[in-house]
Design a protein around this ligand. Structure first.
Ligand code: NAD
Ligand code: TYD
Length: 338
């Protein structure tokens, strides 16, 4: 059984990934997570109840802590997902993004140099490529980096650091760049859970600008399968794009959410647009298909239906993460205080 360290494993994608890994029976997972507002042990409660997942509470910017985790757990690989991840927050305040996404990634890379056999999968985003016009071809791995938001700029900077450590220090790393994910356990500041919960609670659905921005939605399970394919079969130094071939306008997504929740279209509220809002993302994932044998499996309409159903059935989870009640869970489970 491979021992794998997952940074950010208590977040949205991380917790889905850790669950998939533990359920496969092929991995023993160590989660390293700072439990920021976006990280939540309630996302991992079932997994932590078993014996195939350990949890280390700490910050990737803390070099001594990172070294100690590597020494104590001896993982063969690292899946690096820990990040500040919300564009709107990065517009309000960029410093935490540079701190965690750039400096934190650098701390991990420096620590990994002591373990030449260790594989490092850097989970990045299609937002590093910037924005597309309506008729532009989808992003490929050779599309120039042209980030718009401070979030995207911090991820692009971390990608370049990873590339420099591959070339300079022979770190065995691969980079993945994925389009927008949706699925269970996504913090309700992001578009789909926010709109779903607002619809269920009869609150306004804040659509930025004209709502005609396009995102290429991919179910989180498909992204997680891609990350594991990159871990197992990726070529050192390579970048792999993952996308859902699921381009939809925000307006179309809101209509689907209203239809399924039964909420009134009167809740739609057009609000001031995000600054420098990227108009369109779309991914060409041919390289991942050819080299990793990866392709999306979850069809968007079905995936969205099951995701909205999950939020409808797990209202306690959203109340919990929004109020921070999980700290009580943590303190009880680990007999400590945060
Ligand atoms: P998330 O915000 O839900 O989770 C981030 C996790 O990282 C949280 O558990 C948080 O506690 C942890 N974390 C934050 N700062 C930390 C620090 N300094 N030290 C240790 N842990 C820290 O994010 P997500 O949506 O699950 O995204 C995970 C990764 O995938 C990110 O790197 C993101 O850039 C990338 N990504 C996300 C998407 C998407 O649609 N959500 C798409 C492509 C790529
Ligand atoms: P988001 O989930 O923040 O992901 P990203 O900005 O990284 O793509 O937003 C997805 C899309 O939804 C994006 O075009 C912004 C838009 N959006 C809204 O219209 N209203 C909202 O309240 C939010 C959070 C996002």
């Amino acid at each position: 059984m491979q021992r794998v360290l997952v940074t950010g494993g208590a977040g949205f994608i991380g917790s889905n990934l850790v669950r998939m890994m533990v359920e496969s029976g092929r991995y023993h997972v160590v989660v390293l997570d700072a439990l920021t507002y976006a990280g939540n042990l309630a996302n991992l409660a079932d997994v932590l109840a078993g014996d195939r997942c350990d949890f280390e509470h700490g910050n990737i910017c803390d070099a001594a802590f990172v070294r100690s985790v590597l020494q104590r757990h001896s993982p063969t690989s690292i899946l690096h997902l820990a990040a500040e991840s919300h564009v709107d927050r990065s517009i309000a305040s960029a410093a935490p993004f540079v701190e965690t996404n750039v400096m934190g990634t650098l701390v991990l890379l420096e620590a990994v140099r002591a373990y030449p056999q260790m594989r490092f999968v850097h989970v990045s985003t299609d937002e590093v490529y910037g924005t597309l016009g309506p008729d532009d071809a989808p992003f490929t791995e050779t599309t120039p980096l042209d980030p718009t938001s401070p979030y995207a700029a911090s991820k692009a900077a971390s990608d370049l650091l990873v590339q420099s450590f591959i070339r300079t220090h022979s770190v065995d790393a691969v980079i993945t760049r994925c389009s927008n994910n949706y699925g269970p356990f996504q913090f309700p500041e992001k578009f789909i859970p926010l709109m779903t919960l607002n619809a269920l609670e009869g609150r306004p659905l804040p659509i930025y600008g004209d709502g005609l921005q396009v995102r290429d939605w991919l179910h989180v399970d498909d992204h997680c399968r891609g990350i594991l394919a990159a871990l197992e079969r990726g070529t050192t130094g390579s970048v792999y794009n993952f996308g859902g071939y699921g381009e939809r306008t925000n307006e179309e997504m809101v209509s689907a959410i209203l239809a399924q929740t039964g909420a009134s279209a009167d809740l739609k509220t057009y609000v001031t647009d995000r600054k420098a809002h990227d108009r369109r993302y779309a991914i060409n994932a041919d390289k991942a298909r050819h080299e990793l044998g990866w392709a999306p499996e979850r069809e968007l309409e079905e995936g969205l239906r099951s995701t909205i159903a999950w939020y409808m059935q797990n209202r306690a989870w959203s109340d919990n993460v929004r109020t921070g009640a999980y700290r009580t869970y943590y303190e009880t489970h680990y007999n400590t205080t945060l």
